[in-house]
Each structure stands twice: as structure tokens, then as C-alpha cells.
Design a protein around this ligand. Structure first.
Ligand code: ADP
Ligand code: ADP
Length: 227
């Protein structure tokens, strides 16, 4: 599904954010990405979501080499990647329904098919009854679930989450992770960037650990003593 092959990334000015990163995530796999602030987690997510390009090496999604894509092809590959942000980035003056519908509207869906898909996505995160609400009337955990519904509404095979539980208490974090597990169980690949070691320890999934731009561990737990 996803492959990093000898990927390095230097930012303008020469700062090396990632150095020779290698890993693969199979279809239907759920993986954590962890490391200190500045270790390179966001850079990895930006390379996958095609916001940044690698300086050297290859990032592949479904065997498509992202660095060889023409600009005009990027939107098509980007559809395969659903992104969940820490601060959810919802449109606060639009209803829950409209927020979730947005990716479909951009793709040209209208009418019954659009409504059906929005309802299916809201149902999966347990928020069908809130579709007419404005986001600010929802709790933090509910707002995060709206962000998840928006990310999955066009059924991407890969979900990326950047600190999705960063602003939530442990119980709500656990609820959000259960939502990811439910998508994972129907075959979606999930990559969750987080520095919440308690969460990682409780869930016991494969964990990639970054330190100063290098991958220092790939296993069931983060490398000991890194964080
Ligand atoms: P993390 O998500 O693990 O906190 P990042 O990937 O955001 O780490 O950042 C890795 C390093 O790259 C940091 O030292 C950061 O300051 C630097 N960095 C990130 N984005 C840029 C940028 N656009 N220009 C220059 N340096 C950057
Ligand atoms: P986040 O938690 O989303 O990584 P940051 O505050 O680390 O937020 O970064 C915000 C933005 O600034 C990101 O787009 C990141 O790439 C960029 N950035 C981070 N570090 C640097 C840096 N040293 N120089 C320039 N841009 C940076």
C-alpha cells in the first residue's frame, strides 16, 4: 500500500528533516509513528500527502512513485489518502453534514449519491443524529469524529492521522482509536502519528520510532528510552 525507499528530505536552507527512511505498510495494516517533537513525523505525513516531495529516494502509494507524478495527477492519487488533523480543521460556520460532504462536492458528487455517502460516513463515526449541528455545538471528541467522517467519505484505502488525540483526554482518545480500528478491520491501512506513549502501549500495534530524522525502531513498541 505504502512504501518509503531510502527517503531523505532536506528543507530549504539545508536542514535535514529525514535521512534514508525505509518502511512498508501493507494493505489493511495499522501502524503508529512516534518520536519527539521535531523528529520528522509531520514531514513523513507531508510526503505521503504530497504536500512535500522527497529530496532523494522514493515514496510509493500502490506502486505509484509519487516523485514521478505530474502535478495534474496529484489530485487523483491524493484521493486514496484520507487525512485527519489534530485540530480537525472543520468549517465552523457550516453544518456537520456540509463539512463531511465537502470532499465529495469537490469531486463532483451531487444529489442522492452524495447524501447517501455522507450519511454512511457519519453513521460509521456514530454522529448521524448530529448532521444538522454546527461544529461548535459539539464536544471535542465529536468534532474529531466529524474530521474522521470527512476523511473517509470517499473511502480512501489509506488513512493518515496527525496527533488525532492530541487535545483529548485518555478515554476520548481510546474512543477515537476504536473508530480507526473499525476502519482498519474492514481493510483500510491506518498510519497514526502520535507522541502519546500511553496510547501506543495500550494498543500494541506496530510502531515506527523516529529520532532526529532517522528511523531507530520498527516493532511492537517504541525504542526504549527515546521519549
Ligand atoms: P515532528 O512532526 O516530528 O515534530 P517535523 O517533521 O514537523 O517533526 O519537523 C522535523 C524537522 O524539520 C524539525 O526540526 C522542523 O523544524 C524542520 N522543518 C519542518 N518543516 C520545515 C520547513 N518547512 N522548513 C524548514 N524546516 C522545517
Ligand atoms: P505541526 O504540529 O503541524 O508540525 P508546527 O508548528 O511544527 O506544526 O509547524 C507548522 C508549520 O511550519 C508546518 O507546515 C511546518 O512544516 C513548518 N515548519 C516547522 N518547522 C519549521 C522551520 N524550522 N522552518 C520553517 N517552517 C517550519
Amino acid at each position: 500500500m505504502l512504501q518509503f525507499d531510502q527517503v531523505s528530505k532536506s528543507y530549504p536552507g539545508g536542514f535535514v528533516a529525514l535521512e534514508r527512511i525505509n518502511f512498508r505498510i501493507a494493505k489493511g495494516e495499522m501502524v503508529f509513528l512516534t518520536g519527539h517533537s521535531g523528529a520528522g513525523k509531520s514531514t513523513i505525513l507531508k510526503l505521503i500527502s504530497m504536500i512535500e516531495r522527497p529530496s532523494t529516494g522514493r515514496v510509493m502509494i500502490n506502486n505509484i512513485d509519487l516523485s514521478r507524478l505530474k502535478r495534474s495527477q496529484i489530485p487523483y492519487v491524493r484521493r486514496d489518502v484520507g487525512i485527519i488533523y489534530q485540530n480537525h480543521r472543520l468549517l465552523m460556520n457550516h453544518t456537520v453534514f456540509d463539512n463531511v460532504a465537502l470532499p465529495l462536492v469537490i469531486e463532483g458528487f451531487t444529489g442522492k449519491e452524495m447524501v447517501k455517502r455522507v450519511h454512511a460516513a457519519l453513521d460509521k463515526v456514530g454522529l448521524l443524529d448530529k448532521q444538522r449541528c454546527l461544529p461548535q455545538t459539539l464536544s471535542g471528541g465529536e468534532q474529531q469524529r466529524v474530521g474522521i467522517a470527512r476523511a473517509v467519505v470517499n473511502k480512501p484505502p489509506l488513512l493518515l492521522a496527525d496527533e488525532p488525540t492530541g487535545n483529548l483526554d485518555p478515554e476520548l482518545s481510546r474512543d477515537i482509536m476504536r473508530v480507526f480500528e473499525a476502519f482498519n478491520q474492514v481493510g483500510v491501512s491506518v498510519l497514526v502519528a502520535t507522541h502519546d506513549l500511553g496510547l501506543i502501549a495500550r494498543m500494541r500495534y506496530r510502531t515506527l520510532t523516529l529520532k532526529q530524522g532517522r528511523m531507530i525502531n520498527d516493532g511492537l513498541m517504541p525504542a526504549p528510552g527515546v521519549l
